[in-house]
Design a protein around this ligand. Structure first.
Ligand code: PMP
Length: 384
């Protein structure tokens, strides 16, 4: 009999159990069973009747699937409308939608950098940008978190002609902001291009939710490229690159995740368009997300957040895991970040604000979180 070639998986699983790093899939139940502080539905639109109708109308018209690559049968007139609407919203010349935000990042970075280029990425950039670096075959340098001076040095010392700088606008683990104005300045001075992932910025930061790039006065800059997801504030699924017409045309020709992936499903296109239209009609939604995030931070006893993400660092992985579990048992769904998503000893609860959190929900959150956090903090080792 041959040995089981996957027996090493059992040893790995046991190691993760010992380290408090088990990961479990927890199917979402009904909407009323739990208060949601874990999702990325920042504007609270995934069940909005107009968004649902938008998805249904697109499915009725175009069918359930995109049916092919964007270059073959997967582009509908509605894909192009969505691209134009998103571009106009953020102040970019053009847009190109992808099947996911992950695919948008992989596609944009690999098509714009390659052998003979330099990519400088912030140490806190999202995993999809990290993977994009690896796939790009460019020389990759990781700059310390939020450090434009370091980016400047790395760009100035380069031998490569072409260079790309990568950063999230709002970092997903801590919800902190990239110093975009400075980053853009050093990028431009060094003849490089800045790629900003606005996954957590769109719908939350900037006038009416136009994003942090817009807020920093950088909309439409020819050497700045925005990537984003449609799965957070826009309550759908999919990704987008927002840039110049020239960059869009290049990505259509060269981005492998655009060319070889099936186009975005019509339901997602219809839902994202409806969500964007709602945000345009009620631009104060974006500020409401920030206001609710400030409420959550006050309740959790942490500093005021700059985004929808409120990070409550607890320390050991097991302490954070148990706290998240205790919240869940008491009707609060919260995120739990442990290594390798965050550094050792900084495991945390991650709360995300929604524009539509009610006063009643906030009162329940205050009671439950107050008790759970007091217990978790009592377990932490206090340094001598
Ligand atoms: N970038 C960031 C910063 C993200 O948080 C995410 C999603 N977690 C992505 C990209 C990937 O987007 P998508 O889920 O649409 O693939």
């Amino acid at each position: 009999m041959t040995a089981d070639p996957l027996s090493w998986l059992d040893a790995r699983a046991a190691e993760r159990v010992d380290a408090g790093l088990r990961r479990e899939l927890r199917p979402r139940t009904s909407d009323t069973a739990c208060i949601d502080l874990a999702s990325n539905d920042y504007l609270g639109l995934v069940r909005h009747p107009e968004v649902i109708e938008g998805a249904i109308a697109s499915v009725r018209y175009w069918g359930t699937g995109a049916t092919g690559s964007r270059l073959v049968t997967g582009t509908t007139a509605e894909h192009e409308q969505l691209e134009a609407e998103l571009a106009e919203f953020v102040g970019a010349e053009a847009g190109l939608v992808f099947a996911s935000g992950y695919a948008a990042n992989l596609g944009a970075v690999t098509a714009l950098a390659g052998r003979g280029a330099l990519v400088v990425s912030d140490a806190g950039s999202h995993a999809s940008l990290v993977d994009a670096c690896r796939l790009s075959r460019a020389r990759v340098e990781i700059a310390p978190h939020r450090d434009p001076a370091a980016v400047d040095r790395l760009l100035a010392e380069r031998r490569e002609e072409r260079a790309l700088v990568l950063t999230d606008s709002v970092f997903s683990a801590d919800g902190d902001l990239a110093p975009l104005a400075e980053l853009h300045r050093v990028t431009r001075e060094n003849g490089a291009v800045l790629v900003v992932d606005e996954a957590h910025g769109l719908g939350v930061r900037g006038a009416g939710g136009r994003g942090l790039v817009h807020e920093c006065g950088l909309a439409g800059e020819p050497d700045l490229i925005i990537t984003a997801t449609l799965s957070k504030a826009f309550a759908a699924q999919g990704g987008v690159v927002l840039a110049s017409e020239r960059v869009r045309a290049h990505l259509i020709d060269a981005a492998r995740t655009f060319i070889f992936d099936t186009g975005l499903a019509p339901a997602a296109v219809g839902a994202a368009r409806a969500a964007l239209s709602l945000l345009r009609r009620d631009p104060a939604m974006a500020q409401r997300v920030l206001d609710r995030a400030a409420d959550l931070a006050r309740i959790a006893g942490v500093g005021q957040p700059d985004s929808a993400v409120v990070s409550v660092v607890l320390g050991e992985a097991q302490v954070a895991y148990d706290a998240a579990q205790a919240c869940r048992e008491r009707g609060l769904s919260v995120g739990c970040f442990r290594p390798p998503s965050v550094p050792e000893g900084t495991s945390r609860l991650r709360l995300t604000a929604r524009a539509d959190l009610t006063e009643d929900e906030l009162a329940t959150i205050a009671t439950v979180l107050g008790e759970v956090l007091a217990e978790a903090r009592a377990r932490e080792v206090v340094p001598a």
